[in-house]
Design a protein around this ligand. Sequence first.
Ligand SMILES: NC(=O)c1ccc[n+]([C@@H]2O[C@H](COP(=O)([O-])OP(=O)(O)OC[C@H]3O[C@@H](n4cnc5c(N)ncnc54)[C@H](OP(=O)(O)O)[C@@H]3O)[C@@H](O)[C@H]2O)c1
Length: 284
Amino acid sequence: MRYLVFGKNGQVAQELQRRCGAAVLEVRGSDQANFENPEACAAFVAQTEADAVINAAAYTTVDKAESDEARATLINATTPGAIAVAAAARGLPLVHISTDYVFDGAGTIPFASDHPTGPLGAYGRSKLAGEAAVRAAGCTHVILRTSWVVSAHGNNFVKTMLRLGAERARLTIVADQIGGPTCAADIADACLSIAAQLQADPSKTGSYHFSGGPDVSWANFAREIFAQSGLSCEVADISSDAYPTPAKRPPNSRMDNDRTEAVFGIARPDWRVGLRNILTDLSA
Ligand SMILES: NC(=O)c1ccc[n+]([C@@H]2O[C@H](COP(=O)([O-])OP(=O)(O)OC[C@H]3O[C@@H](n4cnc5c(N)ncnc54)[C@H](OP(=O)(O)O)[C@@H]3O)[C@@H](O)[C@H]2O)c1
C-alpha cells in the first residue's frame, strides 16, 4: 500500500515519514504542493500512483487566522475540497485531519462525532468548511478530528513548557480548558491504519474522533510534563480570562473516541505514554 501525503515538515507529516520510507510515502510539502493553489494540489492526486491520500497539511496558526480568514479558508477548505474531488475521480480513499475547534466548547461531556458543530473562531470555521468540502466531493473518506497535537517536532505545548519550565520557577497556566493531548505519532499510526481499512471497506466513510486520554486541563498537562522531565517549575492555575488571546479557545475540547475504536479498532491512546516517548526523542 502506498500513500500520497500532503505536508512535509508538520508534526503529523514528520511522524508519517518516520514510520514509512519513500517506497511507501509520496510526500508533498508546501514547496511542491502549495495549498494556496488548489488546482496544482489536485493535480498531484490525479497523477499519483498511491493507493490512498492523507492530508496532514493545514493553516494551523489559530490566532493569526482571525485576521487572515480568507487565506485560512483557501488552505483549510478550498484546497482539501479540490483534493477530495480529485480523489473521488480516481477512486482513492482520503484521510483528512480536522479539529475539536469545529465545536463550540460548551458543556463538559465529550463531543460525539455527530454532535452539532459551532466553531468559535476563524480557524474552526475554516476547518469546518474543509470538512463540508471533503464530504461534498463524494470520495471515500475519513474526517479525523483530533486535538492538542504534540510531538518532538515544530512548535507545541510540550516544547513551550520545556523551554519556559527551564527558565522560570513558576508558571501560570490556564486550568479551565479541558481536552485530550494527542501525540502526532499516534495520529500518524491512526491515519495509516484508517487509510488501509478505508481502501478495503469504503463503507467506513464518515467523521471520527481521535484524541489522547485521559482528558486534562492545560495546567495539569504542564504539571505532568514537568514531572516526567524532572523540572521543578511550579504551576499555578489561572482562568482563560486571565490569558486573553485573539481567538477564543473552546473550554470543552473533550472528544468521544468510541466510534473510532468500534469501527477501526483503534483505541484511545494514553498521552502520558506518548509524552514519555517525546521526551526520549528530545533528549536523544
Ligand atoms: N496542532 C494542533 O494542536 C492541532 C489540533 C487539532 C487539529 N490539528 C490538525 O491536525 C493536522 C496536522 O496538524 P500539525 O500540528 O501536524 O500541523 P503543523 O505542525 O502546524 O504543520 C502544518 C503543515 O501544513 C503545511 N502547510 C501550511 N501551509 C501550507 C500551504 N500553504 N501549502 C501547503 N502546505 C501547507 C505545512 O507544510 P510543510 O510541510 O511544507 O512545512 C505543514 O506540513 C491539521 O489538519 C490541523 O488542523 C492540529
